[in-house]
Design a protein around this ligand. Structure first.
Ligand code: ATP
Ligand code: MG
Length: 575
């Protein structure tokens, strides 16, 4: 105990040893709002995906923030589909988003909405704005609107249709709605200021004509609200208090504020944070869609994709993704996060939950000449040294085994301590064996390694205390089961796949070795009951997850992530 006069010992100070909740500028804003009883102290957020693709790990960051703050402050978080663009949206995407948000632990408690639920209300508000002289029908086409918009240094030009009478505007808007005009021939625009320094204020388009079928409203509408007109009002309708979104919407905030002020409706507060960017990864739905459509990957849930469904199939856990999101926090400046950090949280979580088993990917036959033919011993193997409650299992040991080809060298390089002629190694949970001779094929490749074992070393113990430098994994040949193993690597071979040489496409950055197939890996029989979604560690090789295509007669494992260091280091050393 320290007396009031003594120096506190390093590390014993309560403030140092307790883990404080990481500070976060959004949390600070929410805390301040609660303190001031803004919105009656309510916290109500939403996650607003556009159903035009599958969710990716960037969305996980947003999900974690929105659902996380709702939970932290006893508030609510809605799931809302921002489905204002009928041409790109599909029910398949809606279904996948529901599944993914749920899997990540987001609970919307039945509050699942669609921007399209509000189309009638948004239309009425547009009519009100026309009546108030704050919106007009413009006959310029998209190109002309762009050309008259000006730029950062020059003001835009007023549309020649800007001063139409309220009656004419109302008539034309009704006729737009009734389908009298072709796509793109007219728009409804807010009447704000063509010289505004913020370009979003230069009479932004509120409605465009699109004779397209909508996944929910069918053919009811042939005019659709622009995202910028729909988004803020949708938040307002739902009583959202904190509209948390990514930084690219910062310049749009004044416009969202303007609409809700003109309409005199509930005013949510928008707060922007930095999008997640990861090395070796692309997080743009448009680009991911291209990879799917042009078959660079097998689908949205290809285990190499940074989509939530791809990561789930690869073997990621929701906990690993959530812990990663917590760790990266939020900020106001864009940055790039190392993919390795995400993998760190993945390993950390899998280390606790995945059983450790033995599998041989590139088999080399080992024959133990002094082991009785036909004898099979069941060896005790610990399932997870991190978790005693996982217990142990029995692994068969016999005269003929498989080891990894990499675990044998006829001529060992310097520093190679695994099996080689005359050397002794420990077979994990088995015995100590010494290589006595090899058999080669006509090309000189080693096809069989002959060994002798020491019966006194059962379980890998050395009663005489002698040391062996290497412990290797193995599978008993006659009991081995076979599996296809898919070894995944980064989908892109460069740190920033957005950096593309002149005239090329981002697909030039794809890693040609992102998938390597091992058709006939040998596994211990314990794995014969493995079910899709099961996760294991193959000792010394990495974490693996049973693929959705796996069946008892054809097991398929995906490599989730390699074990850090071990394999790579050993490989490097042996080269
Ligand atoms: P993309 O650019 O991949 O198409 P998006 O922003 O258009 O993404 P939305 O469906 O509109 O995708 O996104 C839903 C929510 O997720 C939005 O609030 C958006 O800001 C957020 N979000 C999207 N991408 C990221 C990211 N990389 N990091 C953090 N949040 C993101
Ligand atoms: Mg978007």
């Amino acid at each position: 105990m320290s007396t009031p006069n003594s120096e506190p010992e390093a590390g014993t100070n309560a403030a140092e040893t307790s883990t404080p909740v990481a500070s976060n500028f959004i949390r600070d804003i929410i805390l301040e709002d609660i303190k001031n009883n803004k919105n009656g102290g309510r916290v109500h957020t939403r996650f607003p995906p556009e159903p035009n693709g599958y969710l990716h790990v960037g969305h996980a960051k947003s999900i974690n923030i929105n659902f996380g703050f709702a939970q932290e402050f006893g508030g609510k978080c809605n799931l809302r589909f921002d489905d204002t663009n009928p041409s790109k949206e599909e029910t398949e995407y809606v279904d996948s988003i529901i599944e993914d948000v749920h899997w990540l632990g987001g609970d919307w408690e039945g509050r699942m909405f669609y921007a399209s639920d509000y189309f009638d209300q948004l239309f009425e508000w547009a009519v009100q704005m026309i009546k108030d002289g704050k919106a007009y029908v413009c006959d310029l086409n998209a190109e002309q609107v762009r050309q008259t918009r000006g730029n950062y240094s020059e003001p835009g030009q007023d549309s020649p249709y800007r001063n139409r009478s309220v009656e004419e505007n109302l008539d034309l808007f009704m006729r737009m709605k009734n389908g009298e005009f072709p796509d793109g021939s007219r728009t409804l625009r807010a009447k704000i200021d063509m010289a505004a320094p913020n370009l979003n204020f230069r009479d932004p388009v509120m409605y465009r004509i699109l004779h397209e079928h909508h996944h929910r409203t069918g053919d009811k509408w042939c005019i659709y609200p622009m995202y910028d007109y729909a988004h803020g009002q949708s938040d307002s309708i739902e009583g959202i208090t904190h509209s948390i979104c990514t930084l690219e919407f910062e310049d749009h905030r004044p416009l969202y504020d303007w609409y809700v002020e003109q309409l005199g409706i509930h005013h949510p507060q928008q707060i922007e944070f930095d999008r997640l960017s990861l090395t070796y990864t692309l997080l743009s739905k448009r680009k991911l869609l291209k990879l799917v459509q042009e078959k660079f990957v097998t689908g949205w849930d290809d285990p190499r994709m940074p989509t939530i469904s791809g990561m789930r199939r690869r073997g990621y856990t929701p906990e690993a993704i959530r812990n990663f999101c917590k760790r990266i926090g939020v900020s106001k400046t864009p940055g790039i996060i190392e993919l390795g950090l995400l993998e760190y949280f993945l390993r950390e979580d899998l280390n606790k939950r995945a059983d450790r088993v033995m599998a041989v990917l590139n088999p080399l036959k080992v024959i133990i000449d002094n082991y009785p033919e036909g004898q099979v011993e069941m060896m005790d193997a610990v399932n997870n040294p991190e978790d005693a409650s996982k217990g142990s299992r029995q692994v068969p040991f016999s005269r003929e085994l498989y080891i990894e080809q990499d675990d044998f060298r006829e001529v060992p390089p310097k520093g190679y301590y695994r099996l080689s002629p005359g050397k002794e190694v420990r077979l994990r949970y088995g015995y100590l064996v010494t290589c006595t001779s090899v058999v080669k094929d006509a090309d000189g490749n080693v096809t069989e390694v002959h060994c002798s074992y020491d019966p006194a070393t059962r379980g890998g113990n050395t009663p005489d205390g002698r040391k062996v430098k290497s412990t290797i994994h193995w599978v008993s040949a006659s009991q081995a089961i076979e599996a296809e193993v898919r070894i995944y690597d980064n989908l892109f071979k460069v740190e920033d796949p957005n950096q593309v040489p002149e005239g090329e496409e981002f697909t030039v950055n794809l890693n040609p070795n992102s998938l390597q197939l091992v058709p006939n890996a040998k596994l211990e029989p314990f794995l014969s009951n493995a079910k899709p979604g099961d996760r294991v560690q193959f000792e010394r090789l990495g974490y693996f997850c049973v693929d959705k295509e796996s069946a008892p007669e054809h097991l398929v494992f995906n490599r989730t992530v390699a074990l850090r260091d071990t394999w790579a280091k050993v490989e490097k050393k042996s080269k």
